[in-house]
Design a protein around this ligand. Structure first.
Ligand code: C2E
Ligand code: MG
Ligand code: MG
Ligand code: MG
Length: 292
């Protein structure tokens, strides 16, 4: 224990702090510097049309290139960023960077692709969000329909009336809206019906053990039916196996995303020609690898 070890010496941390608390403070300090040091980077994960396997978009996923600890995933720092409020600046960077990339792709002659950006709860409830999104689009001259904003179902349901107003305002900008991790929150169907959303992403929890005839399969069909009724694109995420892909396609998912089809990769490795084998191949157990 640190008790007594700091006596008579100056220390940035109070000696009575636990090692965990020190590590936490250190991380907050580093997180605060990360933007200025350009340590954040976006990786892109492809999304494919179920059936045709045509590339349908990409999701931008944040990574922190930490000077000592290497590449960190959101699980290592997003909560902290949210609790300290740093997520607001980081999120603004993510929006700007995704729009900058969309413009770069266009200038390279790439076919227009929709890019999805995840919004945190704090960002979503921030009064400047709509202005920030509009600014990012204008700064890089990006057609709004090429930007998809993902908010989790639980974030959207936190304050139903406020969310509705924000989503309406975002929708008026022309961006598309996606409800992420769907099925884990508690959506009122009446409310969902009024939301100007374009897409539902089925939570990975229903996909990981998905099998024909299972409870998860019944839930996926219910979400697909809901998506059809409300005219929302339904995306299955976290597709890791051929078997999951087949069940999701059979149940009527419109689009698929997951390690089987393409992992999140640095932009230099993102493949525009990477169509994936999404057609169900009954009995073809060995066809595990994507063609990309
Ligand atoms: P999410 O938006 O639901 O993103 C999907 C997560 O699942 C990503 O994790 C992705 O890498 C991972 N994934 C994709 N396919 C598979 C698969 O087949 N199997 C498994 N096991 N995982 C798969 P990642 O990149 O670690 O991000 C985790 C979460 O962090 C995201 O969940 C999102 O909620 C949040 N996040 C990511 N980037 C940002 C960001 O820029 N801003 C904010 N506020 N949150 C972000
Ligand atoms: Mg997402
Ligand atoms: Mg998700
Ligand atoms: Mg449908």
């Amino acid at each position: 224990h640190a008790k007594g070890s700091g006596r008579g010496t100056y220390s940035y941390f109070a000696p009575s702090m636990t090692a965990d608390a020190r590590a936490q403070l250190q991380l907050i300090h580093e997180l605060g510097q990360a933007l200025g040091r350009r340590e954040f980077v976006l990786h892109y994960q492809p999304k494919f049309e179920a059936g045709s396997g045509v590339l349908a978009g990409a999701e931008a996923l944040l990574r922190w290139n930490h000077p000592e600890r290497g590449l960190l995933a959101p699980a290592d720092f997003i909560d902290l960023a949210e609790r300290t409020g740093l997520i607001l600046q980081i999120g603004e960077w993510v929006l700007d960077e995704a729009c900058r990339q969309l413009r770069a792709w266009r200038e390279q002659g790439r076919p227009p692709l929709a890019v999805a950006v995840n919004l945190s709860a704090l960002q979503f409830s921030h009064p400047e969000l709509v202005a920030t999104v509009g600014r990012a689009l204008r700064a890089h001259d990006v057609p709004p329909e090429q930007l998809i904003l993902e908010i989790t179902e639980s974030t959207a349901m936190q304050d139903v009336e406020a969310s509705h107003a924000v989503l309406e305002a975002l929708s008026a900008l022309g961006v598309r809206l996606s409800i992420d991790d769907f099925g884990t929150g508690y959506s009122s169907l009446l409310y969902l019906k009024r939301l100007p959303a374009n897409e539902l992403k089925i939570d990975r929890g229903f996909v990981s053990e998905l099998a024909r005839g299972s409870e998860d399969a019944a839930i996926v069909s219910a979400i697909v039916a809901l998506g059809d009724a409300l005219e929302l694109t339904v995306v299955g995420e976290g597709v890791e196996t051929r078997a999951q892909l087949e069940v999701l396609s059979e149940l009527g998912c419109d689009a698929l995303q997951g390690y089987l089809l393409g992992r999140p990769v640095p932009v230099e490795e993102f493949r525009f020609d990477g169509s994936a084998e999404c057609r169900p191949q009954h009995g073809a157990a060995a066809a595990g690898a994507p063609r990309a």
